[in-house]
Design a protein around this ligand. Structure first.
Ligand code: ADP
Ligand code: MG
Length: 133
């Protein structure tokens, strides 16, 4: 069993589609092992996205991620990291495949509805960033 960090981003909580996204997560066979609704500070968002600190979109991304509540979740499944990224779709909703969450609900490459870890080591780091052992 593998674990990944999922986030329902502020564009989605604002649109009141938390329930839809969680229903999809359960339908895909994930077990939600931790979950909380929080309003991140900009500094918390900056710490989380520190790998992107040199990108042009970093400040705007962190502003967006702290603009409203988010749902933080730890999802468990076999190949959870890859499976959740498949369910999310490509970063840019315009490039994401039909049926993926980002294709269906994403507004822009920044406001793209959901987050998912991209590898085992980043998943472990991201989970520990938000959830104590
Ligand atoms: P992913 O979330 O698919 O792993 P990245 O790790 O590359 O994508 O980027 C992290 C987040 O930063 C994206 O989900 C998106 O919200 C935002 N982002 C990525 N690229 C851009 C961009 N070119 N312009 C604005 N925001 C971006
Ligand atoms: Mg990423």
């Amino acid at each position: 069993m593998e674990r990944t960090l999922a986030i329902i981003k502020p564009d989605a909580t604002k649109k009141r589609i938390i329930g839809k996204i969680i229903a999809r997560i359960e339908q895909e066979g994930f077990t939600i092992v931790r979950m909380k609704l929080v309003h991140l500070t900009k500094d918390e968002a900056k710490g989380f996205y520190i790998v992107h600190k040199d990108k042009g979109f970093y400040d705007s991304l962190c502003e967006f991620m702290s603009s409203g509540p988010v749902v933080l979740m730890v999802l468990e499944a076999e190949n959870a990291i890859k499976l959740w990224r498949e369910v999310m779709g490509a970063t840019d909703p315009a490039q994401a495949k039909p049926g993926t969450l980002r294709h269906t609900h994403g507004f822009s490459i920044e406001r793209n509805t959901v987050h998912g870890s991209d590898a085992r080591d980043t998943a472990e780091w991201e989970i520990s960033y938000f959830f104590k052992k």
